[in-house]
Design a protein around this ligand. Structure first.
Ligand SMILES: Cc1cc2nc3c(=O)[nH]c(=O)nc-3n(C[C@H](O)[C@H](O)[C@H](O)COP(=O)(O)OP(=O)(O)OC[C@H]3O[C@@H](n4cnc5c(N)ncnc54)[C@H](O)[C@@H]3O)c2cc1C
Length: 316
């Protein structure tokens, strides 16, 4: 049997999260003795990119009607194509994590979201997952024969495992009448915030939008994406696409640098799964320091440019 995996693309181009999901599916397949079949909707990228991470088969769904994203229509397409698999893997992206529960209902499968590690067992399926907005972990066990998992981004990692794969094109015509795209905000940064391995984030301590140059400079030096606290995007200093936290994006980069952010619980809810947190704040009592791996008590306007120069010198 095949372990199916949803290989998400954006405008036809595979996301890094798709490679991570395929890597995860390959690990499950090795445990269960199955093969890996990746499914993608209207991709333009080559299937070779998925074979590299262990997909033995790639099914490319071609359907003009699925040009606009709809969780229901995408779940229907997955249900049609992944009809005979007992395990379906999704990346825990915004889109995929709304498709996965719909597919779980259609297939009457268990759903385990935000998984962090390879499963402890595949039959029954048991795995460690993130819980309580990243404040804790739990070990979840699927109660039905079939299971759908979403893989927390940057948790498992992208692992090369080259396979000699084959490709199949499946022409579908899934009804997609429920969705009308009103607007589509594209992140202004060069890097996708949810996929970035390093994020430089700033808050109200920056005093105004005119001071963001140093944040962008540091991000450029580190090859990082930029993010911000909620009030900063609310008052229009930065685009909403950069807002992280309970009501914004939840991210889990390897390194999160927080500059002039107090560390309110609603902010932490979106970033405390980061592997390493560095906090730069002028107030030694700022709550963020309690969650930090490294803290710098100091004025951001002095610390950030100095840090940038040091990193540039080290890199140079
Ligand atoms: C229902 C609800 C949902 C929310 N969702 C979110 C969310 O998703 N994301 C989010 O971020 N917030 C969220 N909030 C808001 C949250 O409670 C905080 O108000 C917010 O995170 C504070 O933003 P901040 O840290 O940028 O600003 P502040 O709290 O004003 O903190 C600014 C920090 O900058 C420091 N500072 C000042 N000057 C300097 C300097 N020169 N150098 C270095 N440091 C300096 C200060 O010491 C301070 O710690 C939510 C609130 C509610 C009620």
């Amino acid at each position: 049997m095949a372990v199916f995996v949803y290989a998400e693309n954006i405008n036809g181009v595979y996301k890094k999260a798709a490679f991570e999901a395929v890597s995860y599916a390959k690990t499950i397949a090795a445990q269960s003795g199955d093969s890996v079949t990746a499914v993608s909707i209207n991709p333009t990228d080559s299937s070779d990119l998925l074979y590299k991470y262990g997909a033995e088969k790639v099914i490319n769904i071609k359907d003009e009607g699925l040009k606009n994203f709809s969780a229901k229509a995408y779940a229907q397409a997955m249900n049609e194509v992944a009809a005979d698999g007992n395990i379906v893997v999704f990346p825990h992206t915004t889109d995929a994590s709304s498709v996965a529960p719909m597919l779980a209902v259609m297939k009457d499968f268990s759903l385990i979201t935000n998984v962090l590690e390879a499963p402890e067992s595949v039959s029954p399926f048991q795995v460690k997952r993130r819980a309580f907005s990243g404040k804790g972990y739990m070990h979840a066990k699927a109660e039905s024969n079939g299971v759908i998992v979403t893989v927390s981004q940057n948790a498992f990692g992208v692992k090369e495992n080259p396979a000699s794969g084959s490709e199949e094109v499946r022409n579908l015509t899934v009804a997609n009448e429920d969705t009308k795209v009103l607007s589509h905000e594209q992140s202004s940064g060069k890097l996708d915030l949810k996929e970035a391995e390093i994020v430089v984030s700033a808050g109200r301590g920056m005093k105004g939008p005119e001071n963001w140059g140093m944040i962008e400079d540091l991000a450029a030096t580190l090859g990082a994406a930029t993010a911000c606290s909620k009030p900063v995007s609310d008052i229009g200093w930065r685009p909403h696409s950069e807002h992280v936290g309970q009501t914004g994006k939840a991210i889990s980069p390897n390194l999160y640098i927080a500059v002039g952010i107090s560390g309110a619980i609603q902010h932490l809810a979106g970033v405390n799964s980061s592997k390493t947190i560095v906090v730069i704040n002028s107030d030694p009592e700022a709550p963020f320091f309690k969650s930090a791996d490294y803290g710098v008590v100091g004025d951001a306007f002095q610390v950030v440019p100095a840090l940038n120069e040091k990193i540039k010198a080290l890199k140079g």
